[in-house]
Write a new protein. Structure first.
Length: 323
């Protein structure tokens, strides 16, 4: 087993921009790329290994082949052959829809799926870029329906101006939306279930409005989710890992590095994913396998990995996440 790279899965969207392809250093002319799925086991969008002896296998193939050696004993017992995380880059040239995701219980009942708890790390933000996260004031389900139908639902949501480095944890049940000009890394449970509440009255290429899920969403929304600021605060420290989010679904830290760091994973019963959001580095594991990583690339370390050394080439920022 060795550090795995995957072929990116590029998704063209109504609201997609032009940042992902240059950020990932891809030789591609695809327009309106809204998302790059970096690590995915979602049916129909399975990541394919891009390096080494297992090149060409899908991520689900890898889980079936290596089981707990890839994902960890507890994760394999908990999730079986389903890989639990989905990693994306998202580039919003236009506002995304306002939406909500169901939790595990509702998603299992309705869709036989995981729920969708997620987090955003802001990589870049155009002037005036914003994220919507949670309610600015409490409303009732009845008022929710009225506001959706009369077009004033966005008025009661918390809108946050953003800058690079901002972090938002978005639990299932929290109404949210990514605003125009936001470029984020997203870490989430493996789920493609979204309840779209409001879509700014947009039409698709065929002149049709996209489907809304107003009534399905009402059972998923946490109507008590009111705060002044939903940003996740964390300490900005160089050359040591800083934990940003710890949840039952994933734990994520940031490494802001100019010096070599060795990470001991011998006691961690999980795979580890590194998402490079700035700069470049080399990652060397305890078996002397070595991979180079640059901004826009994502690496999956199998659970069998005991230790890695990260060697920055100049400055580098990595997001580390595991279950």
């Amino acid at each position: 087993m060795y550090p795995l790279k995957f072929e990116p899965i590029l998704k063209q969207t109504l609201w997609g921009g032009d940042k992902i392809i240059p950020f990932k250093h891809l030789n591609d002319t695809l327009a309106n790329v809204g998302e790059s799925w970096e690590v995915s086991a979602v049916e129909g969008s399975e990541s394919i290994v891009a390096n080494g002896a297992d090149k060409g296998l899908t991520l689900p193939d890898m889980v079936r082949k290596y089981k707990e050696d890839l994902v960890g004993e507890a994760n394999y017992a908990r999730f079986g052959n389903k890989f639990p995380l989905l990693i994306k880059f998202i580039d919003a040239k236009l506002d995304l829809s306002i939406q909500v995701h169901p939790g595990d219980e509702l998603a299992k009942k309705r869709h036989n799926s995981f729920g969708k708890n997620e987090m955003w790390y802001v990589i870049a933000a155009d002037q005036g870029a914003k994220l919507i996260s949670g309610f600015a004031e409490q409303i009732t389900p009845k008022e929710y329906k009225e506001r959706v139908y009369n077009g004033t639902f966005a008025d009661v949501l918390q809108t946050c101006a953003i800058k690079p480095g901002d972090v938002f944890y978005v639990p299932a049940g929290r109404v949210h939306g990514i605003g125009a000009g936001a470029f984020v890394a997203e870490i989430q449970q493996t789920s493609d279930i979204t309840y779209r509440i409001f879509d700014y009255n947009r039409k698709d290429r065929d002149g049709k409005s996209r489907e809304l899920h107003t009534s399905q969403a009402i059972d998923a929304i946490n109507f008590a989710d009111v705060q002044d600021d939903f940003r996740t605060e964390y300490e900005q420290v160089q050359n040591e890992p800083v934990e940003m989010v710890a949840s039952p679904y994933f734990t994520t830290s940031i490494y802001d590095m100019t010096e070599e760091i060795t990470c001991d994973y011998s006691e961690l019963d999980s795979f580890v994913i590194f998402i490079c959001v700035e700069g470049s580095c080399r990652i060397i594991d305890n078996e002397k396998n070595e991979v180079s990583v640059q901004a826009g690339e994502t690496i999956l370390l199998p659970a069998a990995t005991q230790e890695v050394t990260i060697v920055p080439e100049g400055a580098v920022k990595l997001l580390e996440t595991y279950v």
